[in-house]
Design a protein around this ligand. Structure first.
Ligand code: UDP
Ligand code: MG
Length: 329
């Protein structure tokens, strides 16, 4: 599709929010400025919108969204019935946004991602890109721990054969066409960063600098991060299961060799074997078995969830451009 200044594409910026009352006002202010500039330079249509997805916040986030919806023509909202996590909240927003927009940009609510990059995304979309990834150039603002655990995670994922973009979080542009394909991925264990590259189409990367969180705390404590990484690995790769199988074979061969050794010692009369070495091996093999069982359980757990086909999110309320007009009349 060729976009021109007379018929620019409709953009929808999707922002998942969980307990973001401290930042949301500022985020709305800054995103609105970006939106006005994009519209004035005729890069996007005047009917472009910003959609805030409230992921079951327990603070005043939704109230603030409703308030700004009434006074700001670009602000729309989607309230999820409960907290379903960043990835599902984002999906809810993307699926709702694609109904109305030609391209959708996802961005976090905390202003860590550079807003100046949004224009670069749109320019790439004009040039024909269907997916534009924001790649973090520097992560100086993240802690040493977060930087290194993230690096380790990307390396591990690459080793396991999962194609994910290095240093890309969920700051990206997707065309309506790409989003319609995303909808076909019916998995419940959603890891968007791993799924989006599977779509294909023309893809472009744009570098940007990541800032500090504007206010509030990270909603991703260590426990959630580990869960997220484990979900990512097990929903994209079967390598862990293969490693378990290989280890199983290896232990089988070792146990055969040990058997031969025992027979030889018996025949040669040196039968007093050490209790400690026996115990050590029992523990060792017991440990390996437990790890393997745990991993297999992880996959079975996933299958269990997939077969249930539960909805990923439930929308409680929707504030659209049309709903505002109705409310005002
Ligand atoms: N978020 C969400 N649901 C959650 C946790 C987080 O919608 O259960 C949102 C959060 O409001 C933010 C984005 O996801 O807009 C990224 O979260 P955060 O900035 O806390 O993560 P970090 O940048 O520390 O990885
Ligand atoms: Mg953040």
């Amino acid at each position: 599709m060729d976009w021109s200044a007379s018929t620019p594409p409709i953009l929808n910026i999707v922002v998942p929010c969980y307990n973001e009352e401290e930042v949301i006002g500022e985020t709305i202010k800054q995103l609105s400025v970006v939106m006005v500039n994009l519209i004035q330079s005729k890069l996007v249509s005047p009917s472009s919108l910003i959609m805030f997805v409230d992921d079951g916040s327990r603070d005043r986030t939704w109230e603030l969204i409703e308030h700004h919806h009434l006074i700001n023509q670009y602000v729309t909202g989607l309230k999820l019935a409960r907290n379903v996590g960043h990835q599902n909240a984002l999906l809810a927003g993307l699926m709702a946004a694609k109904e109305q927009a030609d391209c959708v940009i996802s961005i976090d609510a905390d202003l860590q991602d550079d807003l100046g990059t949004i224009e670069k995304f749109v320019v790439e979309f004009h040039k024909g890109a269907e997916i534009v990834y924001g790649i973090r150039q520097s992560r100086e603002s993240d802690t040493f721990f977060k930087r290194n655990t993230a690096l380790g995670f990307y390396r591990l994922m690459a080793r396991m054969g999962a194609k994910i973009e290095y240093n890309h979080a969920d700051f990206r542009l997707m065309s309506k066409r790409a989003l319609m394909q995303l909808e076909k991925f019916k998995e419940v264990n959603l890891f968007l960063r791993g799924i989006v590259p599977l779509i294909g189409f023309k893809t472009v990367k744009v570098q940007y600098d990541r800032h500090e969180r504007f206010a509030g705390e990270s909603k991703y404590p260590l426990k959630k991060m580990i869960g997220f990484a484990l979900d990512g690995i097990t929903s994209l790769s079967v390598t862990p299961i293969r490693i378990v199988t290989l280890a199983g074979f290896l232990f089988f061969i070792v146990s055969l060799l040990v058997g031969v050794y025992i027979i030889i010692s018996k025949v040669s009369g040196t039968t007093v074997s050490g209790w400690s070495s026996l115990m050590a091996s029992v523990w060792f093999i017991g440990g390996i078995q437990l790890v393997s069982l745990g991993l297999i359980g992880e996959y079975i757990g996933k299958i269990y969830k997939e077969v249930k086909h539960r909805p990923l999110y439930i929308i409680e309320k929707e504030l659209t451009a049309a709903s505002k007009e109705m409310g005002q009349s």
